[in-house]
Design a protein. Sequence first.
Lengths: 196, 433
Amino acid sequence: MSTTTPGSEADTATVTLANGLTCDIPASSPLAKLLRSQRTWVGPSGKERLGILRRARSVAIVGASPNPARSSYFVGTYLQQSSDYRVYFVNPNATEILGQPAYPDLASLPEVPDIVDVFRKASDIPSVMDDALAVGAPTVWVQLGIWNEEAARYGESKGLTVVMDRCIKVEHARFHGGLHLMGFDTGVISAKKQQR
Amino acid sequence: MADRDYGFRTRAVHAGNVPDSATGARALPIYQSSAFVFDSTQDAAARFALQKYGTIYSRLANPTVASFEERVASLEGGLGAVATSSGLSAQFVTFASLAGAGDHIVASSNLYGGSITQLDVTLRRFGVETTFVASDDPADYAAAIIPGRTKLVFAETIANPSGDIADIAGLAEVAHAAELPLVIDSTIATPYLCRPIEWGADVVVHSATKFLGGHGTTLGGVVVESGRFDWSNHNFPLFEETVAHYGGLTWYGNFGEYAFLTRLRAEQLRDIGPALAPHSAFLLAQGVETLPYRMQAHVDNARRVAEWLEADPRIETVNWAGLPSHRHHARAAQYLPLGPSSVFGFVVKGGRAVGQGLIENVTLASHLANIGDAKTLIIHPASTTHAQLTEQQLVDGGVHPGLVRLSVGIEDADDIIFDLDQALDAALKGASA
């Protein structure tokens, strides 16, 4: 089993070696890449991800940062301005992010979020799964560059819908025109009008 | 949205063109607007900081241009694309994004003349040195790589007028062994005949002016990237340096696999400026809708014409890799199983005088400096497209003084052959008179 975290939030990967010991190695190293190629967990398909995003009305960003250079800040800005979701920020060390209060934990939110979007290191994912289960949130969305297969399987065994190593901003933009506008291949082939 | 891998012909017509949400327009709307209003100051700030997707100014992104970009990206099997005002500007923004003063490029010597001068004259003046490899062996490209200085390896899928085929998989192996991207100009092949990304290329550039647009009406270029190259490797520190102009982000840290194309748009289009015009994007996207049908007709006609020329006693050689006599026949069968496009050279017996006479006497083939039109085009490279090259560069590029370049169109093959036949007769009469 291997776990990786992205360069922007942390730049090491925790890997389990053949002798059973674990160690942290750079996420860009050949070993980390080899382990990436050995992934076995497969998440929801494009159509299923679109369904998750369409059904949701609220998103809580766990591990949200008030630092404008962080990926979570980009995602927060995008969701606030380019989606119809109610967006909440969870960070026990912050008081305000993007003009909204920062909550210490999922239990403190004014509602149960439909999607718990996670910017935390891979080894923290199981505890976030437990927090999501405790409040009754149906979906845990683990952000791009973060991978923990064991945690994903654990969450699914408890009834959670799990998306992993995907950016919610990119996926939302894939189906709502933003990615298209920047010249990326969205994979969307449709004779129906674009949704906002 | 159906969970289906749609076929090439379906994507040629539909990719990038979901009906407009405001009007439901089924054809691609032409957004002929230099700039776009913001919703609020907060919205403007977020767009400028790249924190959300949105139009600002058509040099950076335009909805009509985006449709063409996504369509080509889909057909090439790339992550995305950035369109430009010409093929040469597509190349230039790519080179400018990866190499700076003191850096080095390894390129085939068998390139389009304009590509050679871009590298050899302008980029060299800017401090970027290029080694041109006069060989089709990837090992010779490997030998030309200077560790720490080389930033990319560059070749054309199908060179013209030599008709040579790049060993894309071999070049990708060489480039990747040195942690460098392989950039392939696939203008002549188009994604219908060859998708370089499937063979290991990292960046594909096109002059869309040619077969993609297909009708000789519109200049344009496009850069497609695979999304697979690791831009965080030590050869490309710019991708991990803090970018002050965009609020302290890092291209790789914030955009991951999207880093190269996001930076190409937000930095190279911003600073260099060769944006594709919306009306041009409409014409090019329209052309791409029939790309599969046109390319099939082009290669079918090219086969007829090349076989006829090769069997004709007035002709010395024919450089079409679809012929068993071409040195890259096996490579063409591997990389371009449907046929190696329809642009090739042939050498007439009697040299320069007969070659020029042929061009003076054709009445269906158009004498002009372009390729990849629905119409058959003909030119004498040594006196036109390659005239600015030295004798040695001509020989390296495989340009014989009596060589004529043909871009076989989609007219009736019998009519193209009739025209060449009568013009050859007239040329020989003129030469002997």
